[in-house]
Design a protein around this ligand. Structure first.
Ligand code: NIG
Ligand code: FE
Length: 401
């Protein structure tokens, strides 16, 4: 006997099955056991709870595959600085930017960090998110990086969501290592990565590869250390300039290369060849007033899987709304509604190495789904995205009376 049967609904499975007009979905022990036409349901009493959804749409739960959800403080004053003509780089070099969030995050205790992150995660859950990736990177010393990763784990204890954690010790060179970048890179490789691997505090390691952050050679050293400790890698790549980041990520079989505004043609080809997911972060582009679009048409032509993510962080993307993300991905990056939805579901799951577990509605996967009262998922947007219910691993929250 199944636990839940959802019926009288429409579904976009986000895999090869596509759209099913008169659909039914069966859930047992937290897994999807049936997705198909209502006409193909087995007969008889098959589920303990039956929900008739009156034609609502069922979609996979959203996956936000790139966030900096754990941080203290805010960077609102940087808006003014940018309006006055300073660039993201100018602000960083003047001691603002990432370092200003580092100061506030170091000063906050783990409970406070968990509390603010839980609030953000709850808002995401209310918009259909069932999986989030959370990076460290505002600690830049061992204690504070570990504190951030522990706070990130606590989000998963308090909000029904799958949390994937990423060590981003190489986000910026902290003041303690000013003039000694090499020493800091060594510390990330020999201090942070082994500690995080030993305590199983993250599944992956990320690097901000950029002129104001870490060079390609430094990135390579950090990736080698990550892999030696059994951690996956991913990259903040080619955001502000072409650093060859996309190709570097591909060479290291990274899960994803993210941002990519300045990704070169060679980078597109290397990512296509390696199957590296391109994670686009359109709200960060929009918030920074950037004008150099990522090579979206080239990514399409080369069939690179494209995901989109909020990049929730206080400096470049102070928001945590998947529906706003979808709107900006379409309006500013020109993605089609289907590309945006695939980018928030199956391709985002791929970017976390979770495509066998979540991101589409398929028998055997975790029952992570969202029920939307909307005429067509293409029009899901902040103004008309009405979430009726969210199911995570077969557990429902929301009103399915
Ligand atoms: O993804 N680019 C680097 N990291 C973040 C921004 C971090 C910050 O400015 O606090 C990003 O945009
Ligand atoms: Fe980021």
């Amino acid at each position: 006997m199944w636990d839940i049967l959802l019926t009288d609904c429409r579904t976009a499975t986000m895999d090869s099955t596509g759209v099913i007009g008169d659909a039914a979905i069966g859930i047992a022990a937290g897994r999807i056991v049936f997705v198909g036409s209502r006409a193909d349901l087995p007969s008889g009493d098959i589920a303990r709870a039956v929900h008739r959804l009156g034609g609502a749409w069922v979609l996979p739960g959203f996956v936000d595959c790139h966030t900096h959800l754990v941080y203290a403080g805010n960077r609102d004053r940087e808006r003014q600085m940018r309006a006055g003509g300073m660039s993201y780089e100018d602000i960083a070099r003047a001691g603002g930017g990432i370092m200003s969030t580092v100061r506030e995050t170091r000063a906050a205790d783990e409970d406070t960090l968990a509390d603010v992150a839980v609030e953000r995660a709850r808002a995401m859950a209310r918009e259909g998110v069932t999986t989030i990736e959370i990076k460290s990177g505002y600690g830049l010393n061992l204690d504070c990086e570990l504190k951030m990763l522990r706070a990130a784990a606590r989000v998963g204890d308090r909000v029904p969501m799958r949390i994937c954690r990423t060590l981003l010790g190489a986000h910026a060179v902290p003041p303690e290592f000013a003039g000694n970048r090499d020493g800091y890179v060594r510390f990330v490789c020999e201090g942070m990565i082994p500690a995080v691997a030993r305590e199983q505090l993250a599944e992956a390691v990320d690097v901000f590869c950029e002129a104001i952050a870490f060079m390609p050679e430094e990135t390579e050293r950090i990736f080698s250390a990550a892999k030696a400790h059994g951690l996956k890698v991913k990259l903040h790549a080619d955001q502000r300039s072409d650093m060859g980041g996309g190709a570097l990520a591909a060479r290291h079989c990274a899960l994803s290369a993210d941002h990519l505004e300045h990704l070169s043609e060679a980078g597109v080809a290397a990512m296509a060849e390696a199957g590296t997911v391109a994670v686009l972060l359109p709200y960060a582009y929009h918030h920074l007033g950037d004008t150099h679009l990522p090579p979206i048409e080239a990514l399409r032509r080369a069939r690179v899987p494209v995901a989109i993510a909020t990049d929730c962080n206080p400096g470049t993307s102070p928001m945590h709304s998947p529906l706003l993300l979808k709107e900006v991905a379409e309006g500013v990056f020109g993605l089609t509604p289907h590309e945006a939805l695939a980018g928030m579901t199956i391709n985002a799951a791929r970017a976390l190495g979770l495509e066998a577990e979540t991101g589409s509605l398929r028998v055997g996967k975790s029952a992570d789904l969202a029920v939307w009262d909307v005429a067509d998922p293409a029009v899901l947007a902040p103004k008309n995205g009405h979430l009726i219910s969210r199911v995570f691993r077969g557990r429902m929250d929301g009103d399915l009376s």
